[in-house]
Design a protein around this ligand. Structure first.
Ligand SMILES: Nc1nc2c(ncn2[C@@H]2O[C@H](COP(=O)(O)OP(=O)(O)OP(=O)(O)O)[C@@H](O)[C@H]2O)c(=O)[nH]1
Ligand SMILES: [Mg+2]
Length: 306
């Protein structure tokens, strides 16, 4: 119970930006006035501003509208519950994660700057707290700073890091990482990858290769591939996500920087358009600021519901 309350508090704090701007406007929209054509036009524009995406917004409002007509609702205050139900019904509780393989290999991918390395550190801490032994593999060999960043996290969290040389072959790092995780009896190996190469094509080819190499080093690996998306980039990130999905099989989304986003409606479009579960949300820069996605907490945080 205590844990649940703390989580609700985290959602509320983490989503204060979006609550103060877009979603807050939706929440204050409900009053004594009568529902009219203008109501629907305004709601549509609020939904789109909130980053829900045009198509998803229209679909959601269509459903709200038929429900309102069916129930014979007249005043905008009566709309609130129907909209909240519609928002909530669009979100899925992520599946429980189970780690039947030892080591379980998790590949972290995403465009540059989306929050991969920070998320990897947060996941490392989370799994460690749950009692698993964790190792990092630094397969972003393009930037010297990337290596340094992950090494600092490794030291801080007391998690071993397998790394190659700057400019080295990322595939080799993945292979070595898996071998090291096997020989050191590690439970979970988290692999960090680069977010930018000379071209998008090169990046996708490299990710395919990394994926293949992991499977060669350990049949069945990677056991999960998670795409880190930056919540502040909005609808644009959805197109980027499609490119990753075409290149390699994805198992879930981690939405980083939700705390910095004034929108947050992307969550609705992600589940709809990508058909992938949102597993975790990043609500800050500290290792403990990654929380399991929870539709109820998310909606509470967006609308400041009791
Ligand atoms: N506020 C906030 N900042 C975050 C969050 N996640 C990551 N960041 C910040 O976003 C910036 C980029 O994060 P990185 O983890 O380096 O991103 P990356 O995807 O590894 O970047 P590249 O390796 O350059 O592709 C850093 O300043 C992080 O502190 C989050 O959930 N909330
Ligand atoms: Mg990085």
């Amino acid at each position: 119970m205590q844990a649940m309350e703390n989580t609700l508090g985290k959602w509320k704090n983490g989503l204060s930006q979006t609550r103060k701007s877009t979603f807050g406007k939706i929440a204050t929209f409900f009053g004594a006035s009568e529902i009219s054509e203008d109501t629907w036009t305004e709601l549509e524009s609020l939904f789109i501003q909130a980053d829900i995406g045009v198509e998803t917004s229209l679909e959601m409002l269509d459903r709200v509208r038929s429900r309102v007509e069916h129930l014979g609702l007249i005043r905008t205050e009566e709309l609130q519950q129907v909209i909240e139900q519609e928002l909530q019904s669009r979100l899925k509780t992520p599946p429980e994660l189970t780690w039947g393989n030892k080591p379980s290999v998790i590949l972290i991918v995403g465009v540059n700057g989306s929050g991969k390395t920070t998320t990897l550190a947060k996941l490392g801490k989370k799994f460690q707290t749950q009692g698993f032994s964790v190792m990092f593999a630094a397969a972003d060999t393009y930037r010297a700073a990337a290596l340094e960043q992950i090494q600092i996290w490794g030291e801080r969290l007391d998690i071993p890091v397998i790394a190659g040389q700057k400019g080295g072959d990322p595939g080799a790092v993945v292979y070595d990482g898996v071998q090291a995780a096997i020989s050191r009896n590690i439970d979970i190996l988290l692999i960090d990858t680069a977010g930018r190469l000379h071209t998008r094509y090169n990046l996708m080819e490299e990710l395919k290769k990394i994926h293949r190499v992991a499977g060669k080093a350990l049949p069945g690996a990677p056991h999960a591939t998670w795409l880190v998306m930056d919540a502040t980039t909005g609808q644009n990130a959805l197109h980027q996500a499609e490119a990753f999905k075409e290149a390699i099989p994805l198992d879930g989304i981690i939405l980083a920087k939700l705390d910095s986003s004034a929108k947050g409606g992307m969550v609705f479009a992600i589940q709809e358009k990508l058909g992938l579960p949102v597993l975790f949300a990043g609500l800050g820069e500290k290792p403990e600021d990654l929380i399991k996605f929870n539709p109820e907490g998310f909606i509470n945080g967006l609308l400041n519901r009791g």
